[in-house]
Design a protein around this ligand. Structure first.
Ligand code: HEM
Length: 549
């Protein structure tokens, strides 16, 4: 009797690992993309996933592989699974625009965004996503955004004041611009979307600013091997088990959840008072700022326009993070390029000072004034092209399908493939950073900084994305809802900073050799850090001097 029980217990314990082992063996032999070429798998357990995740700089391995295998190839993920890596323009257009909801976000990316934000626009799919988008769209229309231009300009001038009066001496100073930029953009999203003053530029202590300081480095950078395996396991089990596992987050997941809890706490208090106000005063239906459209959606009777309270708070958490860190990191990379290219910095300054002369001292520019500067806007586009801070996005095939290619690839057997066949559930990594540097699309100097390419833009054979044929803001129904907001912010901040300051490379310091030692580190977002010194956190040190007028 006792022996039988021991046998039963042993079988009970061994059964799950045995199933998992069999699943791996099955997966290995029934690999879905074995007809495609791709890099060798350095480890059976980790595939190429570990080397991709721990590489020092975003895109180094991927670029090598794209050069070797063409614009669509196979990589191996943990536990013997294949993933399709792709940067072909037609394929990107097909996945993100033609088929749109036919290629939902991959399970792991949906799980991570759910942990971070809850059931908000970034994590939901299909009809639910379409409902979220309908609710939020009016808050991001051109006319609505133009109302915020003044606020963007005020915050940009405050940022410049802070740099001038709190950082710089007479000879200028090396400033870590990533310390200041997210503060300005956090203040902007707080006030414009929720009429809330974070006071981040003034250094006011608040829970969220503290969490943001190291969030990306702590939550996404260089996960431990066991974290990678755990995430890979979690994405491959069925939904009820995955939901159970999500209740046991790893160390990095907990960092994301810290943000989720704190941002929703703030969101709840803002939402409750706005809701109370609406109930007391009635809704005039005229205001289209984010908080007003969210409150309206929560009381809406039409189910196609309604959001539950949890959905509302999740949108608010999403916008707080997606609406500030992205623009701030992009701005850091823009300043980096402008610093590396002093002639362009001077040309930019000339255009800015001509515009200032035309508009008049102390007078706010209009949106048309910003748009009328060709080199200024070309510089912003070139920065967005070379440094897309979301370097790749993940999808999976919703059904068996054939993805068309503009540039055919050669299969393992030497066949020329103008389509890639994918099975339902196939994980796909859309490589934004690679697409933005394709010589086929951007010419032989695609890897070089050359803003002029945007001054006489030629029509491309196949266009993707929402802005200037770039993939930086994503593409199709899930493209960045805040891309116009971000552009306007970039214009206002760039103008204010360049009008007042000159940027120079930081002098070498100890083992730090200056700009060449700034790396694009893979932490979900492509964040700048000093080579070999990532424990210092996000760093973009630039020598900033007040411009002699
Ligand atoms: C330079 C700045 C920015 C960049 C490069 C950027 C990039 C992106 C990308 C690539 C996506 C698509 C993700 C995917 O398809 O998986 C996205 C989505 C999104 N972005 Fe941005 N973003 C920026 C600024 C902003 C701003 C300022 C806001 C809000 C104020 C914002 C809000 C969102 C939201 C809500 C989504 C989800 C859209 C959806 O799924 O329908 N982003 N962003």
């Amino acid at each position: 009797m006792f022996a039988l029980t021991v046998k039963n217990i042993t079988a009970f314990i061994l059964f799950p690992p045995l199933c998992i082992l069999l699943e791996f063996v099955y997966r290995y032999f029934s690999r879905s993309l074995k007809f495609l070429r791709g890099p060798p798998r350095p480890s059976l357990l980790f595939g190429n996933e570990l080397e991709l995740t721990v590489q020092e700089e975003v895109g180094v391995l991927e670029t090598k592989w794209f050069n070797e295998y063409g614009l669509a190839f196979r990589t191996s993920s943990c536990f013997g699974e294949d993933a399709l890596m792709i940067a072909d323009p037609q394929a990107l257009r097909y996945i993100t625009m033609t088929s749109a909801y036919g290629y939902p976000k991959s399970t792991d990316s949906a799980q991570i965004t759910t942990l971070q934000f809850g059931p908000g626009i970034l994590s939901v799919e299909g009809e639910i996503h379409s409902r979220h988008r309908k609710v939020l769209n009016p808050a991001f229309s051109v006319s609505q955004l133009r109302q915020f231009l003044n606020l963007f300009q005020r915050s940009s001038v405050r940022l410049a004041d802070k740099l001038q009066y709190e950082e710089l001496g007479n000879d200028g100073k090396v400033v870590n611009v990533t310390h200041w930029l997210p503060r300005a953009t956090l203040d902007i999203i707080g006030e414009s979307a929720f009429d809330y003053k974070f006071g981040a530029l003034d250094g006011e202590a608040n829970e969220l600013s503290e969490i943001f300081k190291h969030m990306f480095a702590d939550a996404r950078l260089y996960p431990q091997k066991r974290t990678l395996l755990y995430r890979a396991f979690r994405r491959s089990v069925n939904t009820p088990i995955a939901n159970l596992l999500l209740k046991f987050p790893g160390k990095q997941d907990k960092k994301m959840m810290e943000f989720s809890v704190a941002s929703k706490r703030l969101a709840k208090s803002l939402f409750d008072s706005a809701l109370k106000e609406t109930k007391l005063e009635g809704d005039t239906k005229s205001s289209k700022d984010v908080l007003s459209v969210l409150v309206r959606s929560n009381v809406a009777e039409d189910s196609k326009k309604a959001l539950s309270e949890d959905e509302v708070l999740s949108q608010m958490a999403t916008l707080i993070l997606a609406g500030h860190e992205t623009t701030a990191s992009t701005m850091s990379w823009l300043l980096y390029e402008i610093t590396r290219n002093p002639k362009d910095q001077e040309r930019l300054y000339q255009e800015i000072s001509n515009t200032r002369e035309r508009v008049g001292p102390g007078i706010n520019l209009t949106a048309n004034d910003y748009d009328s500067m060709p080199f200024f806007n070309a510089v912003i586009k070139e920065g967005l092209r070379l440094h897309p801070i979301v370097p790749n996005i993940s999808r999976e095939a919703g059904s068996d399908d054939n993805i068309p290619l503009q540039y055919p690839v050669t299969s393992e057997s030497g066949e020329r493939l103008s389509h890639v066949s994918v099975a339902k559930g196939q994980r796909i990594s859309i490589n934004i950073a690679m697409y933005n540097r394709l010589t086929q699309v951007w010419g032989d100097d695609a890897n070089r900084w050359r803003p002029e390419r945007f001054m006489n833009e030629k029509k491309k054979d196949i266009t993707v994305g929402v802005y200037s044929n770039l993939m930086t803001f994503g593409s199709g129904v899930r493209a960045c809802i805040g891309w116009r907001f971000a552009l306007m912010e970039l214009q206002a901040i760039l103008f204010s900073l360049l009008e007042r300051f000159q940027f120079f490379p930081p002098p070498p310091d100890g083992s730090f050799r200056g700009l060449d030692d700034i790396q694009r580190v893979p932490a979900g977002l492509m964040i700048p850090m000093k080579r070999g010194n990532w424990r210092q956190g996000v760093q973009m040190p630039l020598l900033v001097k007040l411009r002699q007028q």
